[in-house]
Design a binder for this molecule. Sequence first.
Ligand code: GLN
Length: 314
Amino acid sequence: HPVTAGRLERIVTEIAEEMAAQTNRGKVADYIPPLARVDPAHFALAVVLPDGTTISAGDCTMRFSIQSVSKVFTLALALGKMGEQMWSRVGREPSGDPFNSIVQLEYERGLPRNPFINAGAIAVTDSILSSYMPKEALGEILQFVRFVAGDEDIAIDPAVARSEQETGFRNIALANFMREFGTIDGPVEQTLGVYFHHCAIAMTARQLAMAGRFLAYDGCLYPGGPRVIAARMARQINTLMLTCGHYDRSGEFAFSVGLPGKSGVGGGILAVAPGQAAIGCWSPGLNRSGNSELGSRALERLAERTGWSVFAPR
Ligand code: GLN
Protein backbone atom coordinates (compact mmCIF):
# COMPACT_ATOMS: atom_id res chain seq x y z
CA HIS A 1 0.00 0.00 0.00
CA PRO A 2 1.34 3.45 -0.81
CA VAL A 3 1.91 5.57 2.28
CA THR A 4 -0.66 8.35 2.63
CA ALA A 5 0.48 11.93 3.21
CA GLY A 6 -1.11 11.84 6.65
CA ARG A 7 0.74 8.73 7.70
CA LEU A 8 3.99 10.06 6.24
CA GLU A 9 3.53 13.27 8.23
CA ARG A 10 3.40 11.20 11.43
CA ILE A 11 6.41 9.09 10.41
CA VAL A 12 8.56 12.13 9.59
CA THR A 13 7.61 13.96 12.81
CA GLU A 14 8.30 10.83 14.86
CA ILE A 15 11.71 10.33 13.29
CA ALA A 16 12.67 13.96 13.97
CA GLU A 17 11.66 13.54 17.62
CA GLU A 18 13.61 10.30 17.90
CA MET A 19 16.68 11.92 16.38
CA ALA A 20 16.48 14.87 18.79
CA ALA A 21 16.83 12.35 21.63
CA GLN A 22 19.94 10.63 20.22
CA THR A 23 23.16 11.20 22.11
CA ASN A 24 25.68 9.80 19.60
CA ARG A 25 25.50 12.49 16.93
CA GLY A 26 28.89 11.91 15.28
CA LYS A 27 31.49 14.61 14.74
CA VAL A 28 31.12 17.77 12.69
CA ALA A 29 33.67 18.15 9.84
CA ASP A 30 36.53 20.29 11.08
CA TYR A 31 38.85 20.57 8.09
CA ILE A 32 37.61 24.10 7.39
CA PRO A 33 36.36 26.72 9.90
CA PRO A 34 32.93 27.40 8.29
CA LEU A 35 32.01 23.71 8.67
CA ALA A 36 33.63 23.30 12.11
CA ARG A 37 31.40 26.11 13.44
CA VAL A 38 28.11 24.35 12.61
CA ASP A 39 26.07 23.24 15.64
CA PRO A 40 25.80 19.40 15.76
CA ALA A 41 22.32 19.71 17.31
CA HIS A 42 20.68 20.39 13.94
CA PHE A 43 18.49 17.87 12.22
CA ALA A 44 16.21 18.22 9.20
CA LEU A 45 14.17 15.79 7.14
CA ALA A 46 12.13 16.76 4.07
CA VAL A 47 10.19 14.43 1.80
CA VAL A 48 8.62 15.49 -1.52
CA LEU A 49 5.79 13.31 -2.84
CA PRO A 50 4.90 12.82 -6.53
CA ASP A 51 2.26 15.59 -6.46
CA GLY A 52 4.78 18.05 -5.00
CA THR A 53 3.48 17.90 -1.44
CA THR A 54 6.41 18.42 0.92
CA ILE A 55 6.43 16.87 4.34
CA SER A 56 9.16 18.03 6.63
CA ALA A 57 10.35 18.25 10.21
CA GLY A 58 13.25 19.87 12.03
CA ASP A 59 15.53 22.60 10.69
CA CYS A 60 14.24 22.41 7.12
CA THR A 61 14.68 26.09 6.33
CA MET A 62 18.34 26.23 7.38
CA ARG A 63 20.97 26.20 4.68
CA PHE A 64 23.93 23.85 4.86
CA SER A 65 26.94 23.16 2.66
CA ILE A 66 25.95 20.34 0.30
CA GLN A 67 29.60 19.36 -0.39
CA SER A 68 29.75 15.96 -2.09
CA VAL A 69 26.01 15.83 -2.72
CA SER A 70 26.83 18.30 -5.52
CA LYS A 71 28.57 15.40 -7.31
CA VAL A 72 25.14 14.03 -8.22
CA PHE A 73 24.25 17.23 -10.05
CA THR A 74 27.57 17.59 -11.85
CA LEU A 75 27.32 13.95 -12.98
CA ALA A 76 23.79 14.52 -14.30
CA LEU A 77 24.91 17.65 -16.14
CA ALA A 78 28.01 15.96 -17.58
CA LEU A 79 26.09 12.86 -18.68
CA GLY A 80 23.50 15.06 -20.36
CA LYS A 81 26.25 16.91 -22.27
CA MET A 82 28.70 14.10 -22.95
CA GLY A 83 26.59 10.96 -22.88
CA GLU A 84 28.37 7.61 -22.68
CA GLN A 85 31.73 9.24 -23.46
CA MET A 86 31.81 10.24 -19.82
CA TRP A 87 32.66 6.64 -18.89
CA SER A 88 36.04 6.78 -20.59
CA ARG A 89 37.16 9.09 -17.76
CA VAL A 90 35.58 7.52 -14.74
CA GLY A 91 34.58 4.02 -13.62
CA ARG A 92 31.47 2.60 -11.99
CA GLU A 93 32.90 0.45 -9.19
CA PRO A 94 32.57 1.13 -5.48
CA SER A 95 36.01 1.98 -4.14
CA GLY A 96 35.81 0.62 -0.60
CA ASP A 97 38.24 3.40 0.28
CA PRO A 98 37.77 6.83 1.88
CA PHE A 99 36.34 9.61 -0.31
CA ASN A 100 39.66 11.39 -0.72
CA SER A 101 41.84 8.31 -1.21
CA ILE A 102 44.60 8.39 -3.84
CA VAL A 103 45.92 4.77 -3.78
CA GLN A 104 43.58 3.24 -6.36
CA LEU A 105 44.40 5.97 -8.85
CA GLU A 106 47.84 4.48 -9.21
CA TYR A 107 46.64 0.90 -9.76
CA GLU A 108 44.00 2.05 -12.21
CA ARG A 109 46.37 4.24 -14.24
CA GLY A 110 44.74 7.51 -13.28
CA LEU A 111 41.16 6.34 -13.86
CA PRO A 112 39.01 7.05 -10.78
CA ARG A 113 36.85 4.18 -9.57
CA ASN A 114 33.54 6.10 -9.61
CA PRO A 115 32.16 9.64 -10.00
CA PHE A 116 31.30 10.05 -6.30
CA ILE A 117 34.75 9.82 -4.73
CA ASN A 118 36.71 13.07 -4.94
CA ALA A 119 38.97 11.94 -7.79
CA GLY A 120 35.99 10.85 -9.88
CA ALA A 121 34.06 14.02 -9.20
CA ILE A 122 37.07 16.15 -10.17
CA ALA A 123 37.26 14.23 -13.47
CA VAL A 124 33.54 14.85 -14.06
CA THR A 125 33.97 18.56 -13.33
CA ASP A 126 36.89 18.67 -15.75
CA SER A 127 34.75 17.14 -18.49
CA ILE A 128 32.13 19.88 -17.96
CA LEU A 129 34.98 22.36 -18.42
CA SER A 130 35.74 20.98 -21.85
CA SER A 131 32.56 22.66 -23.13
CA TYR A 132 32.70 25.86 -21.04
CA MET A 133 35.00 28.53 -19.64
CA PRO A 134 35.40 28.18 -15.82
CA LYS A 135 32.98 31.00 -14.89
CA GLU A 136 30.43 29.71 -17.39
CA ALA A 137 30.80 26.12 -16.17
CA LEU A 138 30.14 27.17 -12.60
CA GLY A 139 27.17 29.25 -13.72
CA GLU A 140 25.87 26.29 -15.70
CA ILE A 141 26.14 23.97 -12.65
CA LEU A 142 24.38 26.46 -10.39
CA GLN A 143 21.70 27.09 -12.98
CA PHE A 144 21.16 23.34 -13.34
CA VAL A 145 20.71 22.92 -9.58
CA ARG A 146 18.26 25.86 -9.47
CA PHE A 147 16.35 24.43 -12.42
CA VAL A 148 15.95 20.91 -10.98
CA ALA A 149 15.04 22.38 -7.58
CA GLY A 150 12.59 24.82 -9.17
CA ASP A 151 14.14 27.47 -6.95
CA GLU A 152 16.27 30.49 -7.87
CA ASP A 153 17.20 31.08 -4.25
CA ILE A 154 20.20 28.72 -4.19
CA ALA A 155 23.76 30.06 -4.08
CA ILE A 156 27.39 29.27 -3.38
CA ASP A 157 28.73 30.10 0.09
CA PRO A 158 31.84 32.16 -0.71
CA ALA A 159 33.48 31.58 2.70
CA VAL A 160 33.25 27.80 2.24
CA ALA A 161 34.58 28.00 -1.33
CA ARG A 162 37.54 30.10 -0.16
CA SER A 163 38.39 27.74 2.72
CA GLU A 164 38.17 24.69 0.45
CA GLN A 165 40.57 26.35 -1.94
CA GLU A 166 43.02 27.27 0.82
CA THR A 167 43.12 23.80 2.37
CA GLY A 168 42.37 21.40 -0.48
CA PHE A 169 45.91 20.05 -0.88
CA ARG A 170 44.78 16.43 -1.21
CA ASN A 171 42.32 17.39 -3.96
CA ILE A 172 45.10 19.32 -5.69
CA ALA A 173 47.24 16.18 -5.52
CA LEU A 174 44.43 14.02 -6.95
CA ALA A 175 43.92 16.44 -9.82
CA ASN A 176 47.62 16.60 -10.66
CA PHE A 177 47.90 12.83 -10.50
CA MET A 178 45.02 12.46 -12.98
CA ARG A 179 46.38 15.25 -15.17
CA GLU A 180 49.56 13.25 -15.60
CA PHE A 181 47.55 10.28 -16.92
CA GLY A 182 45.38 12.48 -19.13
CA THR A 183 42.16 11.68 -17.23
CA ILE A 184 41.73 15.40 -16.90
CA ASP A 185 42.96 17.63 -19.66
CA GLY A 186 42.31 21.21 -18.66
CA PRO A 187 44.48 23.37 -16.39
CA VAL A 188 44.17 21.77 -12.92
CA GLU A 189 43.67 25.13 -11.14
CA GLN A 190 40.59 25.84 -13.24
CA THR A 191 39.09 22.41 -12.71
CA LEU A 192 39.74 22.57 -8.97
CA GLY A 193 38.34 26.10 -8.75
CA VAL A 194 35.05 24.92 -10.23
CA TYR A 195 35.07 21.76 -8.06
CA PHE A 196 35.65 23.69 -4.80
CA HIS A 197 32.88 26.10 -5.70
CA HIS A 198 30.24 23.51 -6.55
CA CYS A 199 31.03 21.72 -3.27
CA ALA A 200 30.26 25.05 -1.55
CA ILE A 201 26.66 25.27 -2.83
CA ALA A 202 24.36 25.86 0.15
CA MET A 203 20.80 24.56 0.31
CA THR A 204 18.08 23.64 2.77
CA ALA A 205 16.93 20.03 3.23
CA ARG A 206 13.71 20.97 1.48
CA GLN A 207 15.53 22.47 -1.51
CA LEU A 208 17.72 19.36 -1.69
CA ALA A 209 14.69 17.06 -1.76
CA MET A 210 13.15 19.18 -4.53
CA ALA A 211 16.42 19.12 -6.49
CA GLY A 212 16.47 15.31 -6.34
CA ARG A 213 13.01 14.82 -7.78
CA PHE A 214 14.19 14.23 -11.34
CA LEU A 215 15.97 11.10 -10.11
CA ALA A 216 12.77 9.75 -8.55
CA TYR A 217 10.85 10.14 -11.83
CA ASP A 218 13.13 8.52 -14.36
CA GLY A 219 14.76 11.77 -15.42
CA CYS A 220 11.62 13.95 -15.53
CA LEU A 221 11.32 17.02 -13.33
CA TYR A 222 8.14 15.56 -11.80
CA PRO A 223 5.71 12.85 -12.94
CA GLY A 224 4.66 13.75 -16.48
CA GLY A 225 6.87 16.86 -16.32
CA PRO A 226 9.66 18.07 -18.65
CA ARG A 227 12.59 15.73 -19.16
CA VAL A 228 15.91 16.70 -17.53
CA ILE A 229 17.97 13.66 -18.61
CA ALA A 230 17.29 10.34 -20.34
CA ALA A 231 15.58 7.69 -18.20
CA ARG A 232 18.56 5.39 -18.71
CA MET A 233 20.90 8.02 -17.26
CA ALA A 234 18.68 8.72 -14.26
CA ARG A 235 18.69 4.98 -13.52
CA GLN A 236 22.46 4.83 -13.90
CA ILE A 237 22.89 7.72 -11.45
CA ASN A 238 20.57 6.05 -8.94
CA THR A 239 22.52 2.81 -9.26
CA LEU A 240 25.78 4.61 -8.57
CA MET A 241 24.22 6.39 -5.59
CA LEU A 242 23.19 3.00 -4.19
CA THR A 243 26.59 1.37 -4.77
CA CYS A 244 29.00 4.31 -4.32
CA GLY A 245 27.10 7.20 -2.67
CA HIS A 246 28.54 6.75 0.81
CA TYR A 247 32.21 5.95 0.03
CA ASP A 248 33.56 3.08 2.12
CA ARG A 249 30.19 2.79 3.86
CA SER A 250 28.16 2.47 0.68
CA GLY A 251 27.51 -1.21 1.29
CA GLU A 252 26.35 -0.48 4.82
CA PHE A 253 24.00 2.31 3.66
CA ALA A 254 22.52 0.12 0.90
CA PHE A 255 22.14 -2.73 3.38
CA SER A 256 20.42 -0.72 6.09
CA VAL A 257 18.44 1.82 4.03
CA GLY A 258 17.92 0.16 0.64
CA LEU A 259 17.66 3.45 -1.27
CA PRO A 260 20.02 5.31 -3.60
CA GLY A 261 21.63 8.03 -1.49
CA LYS A 262 24.46 10.55 -1.72
CA SER A 263 26.12 12.07 1.30
CA GLY A 264 28.36 15.09 1.84
CA VAL A 265 30.65 16.15 4.67
CA GLY A 266 28.33 19.07 5.42
CA GLY A 267 26.00 16.40 6.84
CA GLY A 268 23.50 16.38 3.98
CA ILE A 269 22.10 13.27 2.32
CA LEU A 270 19.95 13.15 -0.80
CA ALA A 271 17.96 9.91 -1.06
CA VAL A 272 15.64 8.71 -3.78
CA ALA A 273 12.66 6.35 -3.56
CA PRO A 274 11.98 5.79 -7.28
CA GLY A 275 8.42 6.65 -8.21
CA GLN A 276 7.56 7.51 -4.60
CA ALA A 277 9.57 10.39 -3.21
CA ALA A 278 12.72 12.47 -3.09
CA ILE A 279 14.23 12.97 0.34
CA GLY A 280 16.58 15.62 1.75
CA CYS A 281 18.13 15.00 5.14
CA TRP A 282 20.64 17.02 7.15
CA SER A 283 22.47 16.58 10.40
CA PRO A 284 26.05 17.86 10.55
CA GLY A 285 27.59 15.21 12.84
CA LEU A 286 29.47 12.62 10.77
CA ASN A 287 30.52 9.01 11.19
CA ARG A 288 34.11 7.96 10.50
CA SER A 289 33.51 7.68 6.76
CA GLY A 290 32.24 11.27 6.53
CA ASN A 291 28.53 10.48 6.25
CA SER A 292 25.85 12.07 8.44
CA GLU A 293 25.42 9.87 11.51
CA LEU A 294 21.83 10.83 12.30
CA GLY A 295 20.98 11.27 8.64
CA SER A 296 21.86 7.63 7.95
CA ARG A 297 19.91 6.47 10.97
CA ALA A 298 16.87 8.61 10.10
CA LEU A 299 16.78 7.31 6.53
CA GLU A 300 16.98 3.74 7.76
CA ARG A 301 13.87 4.34 9.87
CA LEU A 302 12.08 6.21 7.09
CA ALA A 303 12.69 3.41 4.57
CA GLU A 304 11.61 0.80 7.08
CA ARG A 305 8.38 2.57 8.04
CA THR A 306 7.36 3.49 4.49
CA GLY A 307 8.43 0.23 2.82
CA TRP A 308 10.31 2.32 0.23
CA SER A 309 13.31 -0.01 -0.14
CA VAL A 310 14.08 -0.40 -3.84
CA PHE A 311 14.11 -4.15 -3.20
CA ALA A 312 10.50 -4.27 -2.02
CA PRO A 313 8.30 -5.86 -4.71
CA ARG A 314 5.58 -3.62 -6.20
N1 GLN B 1 34.76 19.44 -0.55
C1 GLN B 1 35.00 18.18 0.08
C2 GLN B 1 36.33 17.64 -0.39
O1 GLN B 1 36.65 17.81 -1.53
C3 GLN B 1 33.90 17.23 -0.27
C4 GLN B 1 34.07 15.90 0.37
C5 GLN B 1 32.80 15.26 0.82
O2 GLN B 1 31.74 15.87 0.99
N2 GLN B 1 32.90 13.99 1.09
O3 GLN B 1 37.08 17.07 0.36
